[in-house]
Write a new protein. Structure first.
Length: 290
């Protein structure tokens, strides 16, 4: 959810007379990424957590061959988004570069593998598991529309993509034979987790970069998230523990911001990763023990 903040490094030396020479700010040299990595690996570090959390929760609650295939397909879809975005942006601008050709090849390989995984999932899953894609697809289309216009860092596509990818948990648990109410309840828990986390981390990163923040958005996200998990818990009692975990994560991130502030984006990312995994584990235990 957060990008690493660049840090200026100051070097000091000594003059011929032994006096300290004036220090000059220099930027730490950044190592150039290989062409393959630049088109194959996403630059959004937080996207990994938002993608792996639904996969982990789905496998914990309903481990099956079909769920595993769907989980791997989810990861591949996340990876394929980067080369597809690059290829789409270059096509929109009417240009074909070396990176464009490489991105098309990488995307083609990943899409073929994704289709193969989906075929295995359809062959081994409980019938009727696929219908959540009707809700997932429009959300992912919103994110893709922003990607094509190079506006993927805005709040709307980030929320749409996170809520959409959270829906893969529902497909995984349905494929493993779980009920519709559990599937929707788990989707709601992870969606609420993202709705609360993304505006908060964006606000914190904006402040670290010295840009104008919007403190009302995190508060709105928190309120919406609490409403979502309360409704989910009332509709499906098995996700009550997950609902409590989301509320606890919201309270914790508010406490950390107020009492243990940090000026390092990586620390913000680590905190969110820990809270996300905690929500997943608590939610899974609640369902399995309930």
């Amino acid at each position: 959810m957060a990008d690493t903040v660049s840090v200026d490094v100051r070097e000091s030396g000594s003059g011929l007379d032994g006096a300290a020479a004036p220090s000059k700010p220099t930027r730490r040299p950044t190592k150039a990424r290989s062409p393959l990595r630049s088109v194959a690996l996403p630059s959004e570090h937080g996207g990994w957590g938002l993608t792996l959390e639904p996969v982990l929760l789905g496998l914990l609650v309903a481990h099956s061959v079909a769920a595993l295939c769907l989980g791997l397909a989810t990861v591949l879809a996340f990876l394929a988004r980067t080369p597809l975005k690059l290829a789409a942006v270059d096509a929109r601008r009417g240009r074909t570069l070396d990176r464009t050709r490489l991105a098309r090849k990488v995307a083609a390989v990943e899409i073929v593998a994704l289709v193969a995984l989906l075929a295995v999932a359809f062959a081994t899953a409980t019938p009727g598991f696929w219908w959540p894609i009707l809700g997932i697809a429009p959300l992912m289309a919103v994110e893709l529309s922003y990607d094509i216009r190079s506006r993927s860092r805005r709040l709307v596509p980030e929320l749409a993509g996170a809520v959409g990818i959270a829906g893969m948990t529902s497909m995984m648990v349905l494929a493993g034979g779980r009920s519709t109410s559990v599937a929707l309840g788990l989707w709601a828990i992870l969606a609420a987790r993202a709705i609360a986390a993304i505006p908060t981390i964006r606000d914190q990163v904006m402040k670290l970069h010295g840009r104008p923040a919007h403190p009302a958005l995190p508060l709105i996200g928190d309120v919406v998230a609490v409403v979502v998990v309360v409704v989910a818990a009332v509709a499906e009692p098995l996700v009550i523990v997950g609902a409590v975990a989301v509320c606890a994560a919201i309270a914790l991130q508010r406490a950390l911001i107020a009492w243990v502030p940090t000026d390092r984006a990586v620390v913000l990312g680590i905190r969110q990763t820990v809270m996300g995994v905690s929500v997943v584990l608590a939610t899974a235990l609640g369902v399995l023990l309930g």
